[in-house]
Design a binder for this molecule. Structure first.
Ligand code: AMP
Length: 362
């Protein structure tokens, strides 16, 4: 099914990703209906319509599906049952299987290994005794993560020499977990890529990401790796997209580490089945933004050019950093984005700033 201009795309989730998706949709003649449980959410301002209801409310989901031509999501913790229900009513892109698989770190890593890709060594941890065994197998340091509902460093804890394993297990809530061997990485990179309904793939240039307190602080493009690494990273993203029979934009996060002989190697950390924070730079920095690209892909339209417009630096405005908005506006080469959030709580993503250093005019 291919959308016509004027069609309505339903978006599950009301955060800044939904807001920027809705803004991009408008540019190409589509409109968005946002579905989210929160009374206030950044995406509502940019949307044609909203439904404020829990993700489990079948009557509200049915009305939402009636009002939309197609459904997508910007929030990866939407219950899979919600997407499966909606899929009986309207097309859902990307497919619910891609979301289900990436919601659980164990199925995600098993899938990546199945594609022949390298991940951190990992072990399933079902109970405290399982953690003791996993630490014996993988050694220390290691990172204990909840299998589900982790983001921005939530739901994970480092196991160091001397760490109390029982306390670590308890601190993460005692549910299903995964232990990961610690990767001594040189840098973190990501590929933002899209796959169309016909299976065409377009990738943006390799991004380099710096995290502070587990939250993305800065993205630089191009990544400072050897030139040979970018096509390898792109191939990894292509394998993931094809393996998930994916339609839409995906973010694939990877670590750059050194092999024994000194060569760079890529270790896949995580798949985000949605537009991604490390792709925000594409709004000013690429011929097509990741948000427009996602809309094009799910609409069944041709993908846009991913050509980069210069050297890029994107910085997230976390918590009170957004109070500097006036100074940022005074910088001629900085492009300010604010997400309309009222409450600048510590650790909350309030906006971002992009700088594109353009090559001299020909
Ligand atoms: P995640 O929630 O899995 O994306 O992890 C958040 C951040 O923690 C990553 O961006 C890394 O900086 C760090 N991290 C996660 N897993 C590992 C690992 N196995 N080894 C080293 N650092 C990690």
């Amino acid at each position: 099914m291919i959308l016509s201009p004027g069609a309505t795309v339903g978006v599950l989730g009301g955060g800044q990703l939904g807001r920027m998706l809705a803004m991009a949709a408008l540019k190409i003649g589509l409109r968005c209906h946002i579905y989210a449980p929160e009374a206030e959410a950044p995406a509502y301002d940019a949307a044609h319509a909203r439904t404020v209801a829990p993700y489990e409310d079948e009557a509200a989901l049915r009305r939402f599906a009636d009002a939309c031509d197609l459904v997508t999501f910007e929030f990866e913790n939407v219950p899979t049952a919600t997407l499966e229900f909606l899929q009986t009513l309207k097309p859902v892109r990307p497919n619910p299987r891609a979301l289900a698989l990436t919601q659980d770190r164990l199925t995600e890593k098993t899938f990546l290994r199945g594609l022949g890709l390298e991940t951190a060594p990992f072990a399933d941890v079902a109970d405290p005794a399982g953690l003791v065994r996993a630490v014996r197998d993988l050694g220390r340091p290691a990172i204990l993560k909840t299998r589900r509902f982790g983001y921005d460093g939530k739901g994970q804890t480092m196991i160091r020499e001397g760490s109390d394993l029982g306390a670590a297990h308890l601190a993460l809530g005692g549910g299903p977990m995964l232990l990961e061997g610690f990767v001594a990485f040189e840098r973190e990179v990501s590929v933002i890529a899209a796959r169309s309904l016909e299976g065409a793939i377009a990738s943006f240039d390799l991004c380099e990401n710096e995290h502070e307190r587990h939250i993305l602080a800065r993205t630089r493009v191009p990544a400072r790796t050897s030139p040979a690494l970018a096509p390898v990273a792109r191939e990894i993203a292509e394998k993931v997209l094809a393996g998930l029979d994916y339609v839409g934009v995906i973010g694939v996060e990877m670590f750059v580490a050194r092999a024994a002989g000194g060569a760079e190697r890529l270790i896949v950390n995580e798949i985000a089945p949605r537009v991604h924070n490390s792709g925000h730079w594409t709004i000013e920095g690429a011929e097509t933004s990741q948000f427009e690209q996602h809309m094009r892909a799910i609409a069944g339209w041709p993908l846009g050019s991913t050509t980069r417009r210069g050297a890029i630096e994107m910085r997230n405005l976390i918590g009170e950093e957004a109070d500097d908005w006036r100074d940022i506006l005074a910088e001629p080469d900085m492009s300010l984005h604010l997400y309309g959030k009222q409450d600048a709580r510590p650790g909350r993503k309030m906006g971002h700033v992009t700088r594109v250093l353009r090559p001299p005019e020909a």
